[in-house]
Ligand binder design. Structure first.
Ligand SMILES: Nc1ncnc2c1ncn2[C@@H]1O[C@H](COP(=O)(O)OP(=O)(O)OP(=O)(O)O)[C@@H](O)[C@H]1O
Ligand SMILES: [Mg+2]
Length: 319
């Protein structure tokens, strides 16, 4: 897969003598993915995003968007990139459709094509019913979607959004995630920041964790899960006493420990089995348990959220 964004050893200090905002930040984003750029307040997310969007200078390092350098080829970069800032001044007296038409004009889209483009974009972001309303009357979630539509007028390959989900209610977040999925299906690459991993962990294909101006972990969501937690835990409930099963499980290959939890109010005890290996190891263990004649009532993997896994990794407040 091609790399659409490549940041190498990026350094940025806003004021001499102050701590660097970016300290050799290095990251790669593959084409076609949804990359969640996550870290606590002040970690350097906005700084990175403004630099890669050609809006801020940096001290050293290299940033390539689609192979173009942000410092020496900013026009090429801007053609490829749609940027949605964390806060943006809208032309609030304009009508919604007018607003998009205006930006399409700014990007040199011919008037003949603009009307259809505005209709398509409004449909994509679910704002058709508000097309003739003033921008200032939109809710925060609607503005966020309008900002997204605006970032799409020149059909960029890479969409960069700084904290797109901040301040949205749960429903608006779900809608936003759906839009990002549609954009991904259209072949676009999406780079999103958040200080709350929970906002992004079910939409992202890749995650990068930033702290104090550095990337401290990155990879596909699945690989990070596996790396952060090489062992898995399964909760087994049996009909009847669990002591024999505990001994038997403890002797199985790949099983690291078996703990017996006291009976619940239904009188059933649970066994917490920690085992190494991939999914198929957990599947094989269940089959063996049943074959050995134990009356298995339930067998459930205790899956931690990506967020709680990251808490083990970061000292900051990825909450
Ligand atoms: N214009 C500026 N002048 C001076 N220092 C700045 C400026 N902008 C950011 N910084 C500093 O750079 C560091 C990184 O800030 P940045 O805004 O990139 O973090 P962030 O990860 O986006 O945080 P947040 O989650 O709060 O948005 C912080 O220490 C911040 O105080
Ligand atoms: Mg920020």
């Amino acid at each position: 897969m091609a790399t659409i964004l490549e940041v190498t050893d990026l350094c940025k200090t806003y004021r001499k003598g102050k701590l660097p905002a970016l300290d050799h930040m290095t990251l790669q984003v593959e084409s076609g993915g949804i990359y969640a750029f996550v870290g606590p307040n002040g970690a350097g997310k906005t700084t990175t995003i403004r630099i890669l969007s050609t809006l801020l200078r940096f001290d050293s390092g290299m940033v390539l968007v689609g192979g173009y350098r942000v410092d020496t080829q900013p026009r090429d970069v801007r053609r490829l990139l749609g940027y949605i800032p964390d806060e943006f001044g809208l032309y609030s007296e304009m009508l919604v459709a007018e607003y998009l038409d205006f930006f399409a004009g700014c990007y040199g889209i011919a008037p003949a094509q603009r009307a259809k483009m505005v209709d398509d974009l409004l449909a994509l972001v679910g704002l058709v019913h508000r097309r003739d309303d003033e921008v200032r009357t939109l809710s925060r979630g609607m503005r966020q979607r309008l900002g997204l539509a605006r970032a799409l007028v020149h059909d960029p390959a890479l969409i960069v959004a700084d904290e797109p989900a901040a301040g949205l209610d749960p429903r608006a977040r779900v809608e936003l995630r759906e839009i990002f999925r549609v954009l991904q299906e259209m072949g676009k690459t999406i780079f999103l920041s958040s200080h709350v991993l929970r906002e992004l962990d079910d939409v992202a294909t890749h995650v990068g964790i930033v702290e104090q101006g550095r990337l401290v972990a990155s990879g596909t969501v699945d690989a990070i899960r596996a790396r952060l937690r090489p062992h898995r835990q399964v909760r087994v409930m049996l009909l009847g006493p669990a002591d024999d099963a505990q001994v038997w499980l403890g002797a199985q290959p790949g099983v690291l420990s078996v703990e017996l939890a006291p009976p619940n109010n239904g009188g059933l005890a649970a066994l917490y089995v920690t085992l190494s290996g991939a999914d198929d190891a957990a599947v094989a263990l269940l089959a063996a348990l049943v074959n050995a004649g134990f009356p298995v009532l339930s067998y459930v993997e205790e899956r931690e959220t990506l967020e709680s896994l990251f808490l083990n990794l970061t000292q900051g407040v990825v909450s």
